[in-house]
Ligand binder design. Structure first.
Ligand code: GAR
Length: 216
């Protein structure tokens, strides 16, 4: 049984998608804990309602990134996880923290990396005029929103979209690709070769959104 700790900062819908898929599909894994850096994160309610241990490590209680990350690592390590899943965890992490969990920490970012790292990715996509946008699951490396890509989901940018409409379309594919990617990790099927992630046995590491009826 592999152990997973999930880090959130807010709504937690990706965390929920992973938790539900783990239970529904009988993964050989257990979600040991949900850790939030914000006491008001809505996702903490889901954790409580589903009997998952949760913990808040409030970044505002610390005087710097190093001390916060050290406290966070202390909480994570209590659960001895095989995998740390960042699910809308909105903190820039120190190199020391990232290095500690190298090869066993995944993140989901709401863009087709390497396009649009950072914040406001949907507005960035609209401003750049791209016609295809999406989300990426990647191993976390010290460079922000960078690292070997495990899976990507693509959606069209539809005439009249604003950032909220685009975000909602992307979020649907996030909820598909993140549970898949986490399951692949749990099943020991991912190998990192430089910037590339091989999946064995292979299956599509991409997903194109089904947007029938959305005017695409
Ligand atoms: C998601 O869209 C996720 O991709 C993004 O925040 C949202 C969290 O939603 N993450 C980042 O921007 C990380 N840089 P959720 O709390 O409902 O999963």
């Amino acid at each position: 049984m592999k152990k997973i700790v999930i880090l959130i900062s807010g709504r937690g819908s990706n965390m929920e998608a992973v938790v539900r898929a783990c239970a529904r599909d009988g993964w050989p894994a257990r979600i040991c804990a949900i850790i939030s850096n914000r006491p008001d994160a809505a996702g903490l309610g889901f954790a409580a309602a589903n009997g998952i241990e949760s913990k808040v490590v409030d970044h505002r209680q610390f005087d710097g990134r190093e001390s916060f990350d050290a406290a966070l690592a202390g909480e994570i390590d209590r659960f001895e996880p095989d995998l740390v899943v960042l699910a809308g965890f909105m903190r820039v992490l120190t190199d020391a923290f990232v290095t500690k969990y190298a090869g066993r920490m995944l993140n989901i970012h709401p863009s087709l990396l390497p396009c649009f790292p950072g914040l406001r990715t949907h507005q960035q996509a609209l401003d750049a005029g791209v016609r295809v946008h999406g989300a990426s699951v990647h191993f976390v490396t010290p460079a922000l929103d960078h690292g070997p890509i495990v899976a990507q989901g693509a959606v069209p940018v539809i005439a009249g979209d604003d950032a909220a409409a685009l975000a909602a379309r992307v979020l649907k594919v996030e909820h598909e690709i993140y549970p898949r990617a986490v399951r692949w990790f749990i099943e020991g099927r991912l190998t990192v070769e430089g910037e590339r992630v091989a999946l064995t046995p292979s299956e599509p590491q991409w997903l194109f959104a089904d947007v029938a009826g959305e005017g695409a």
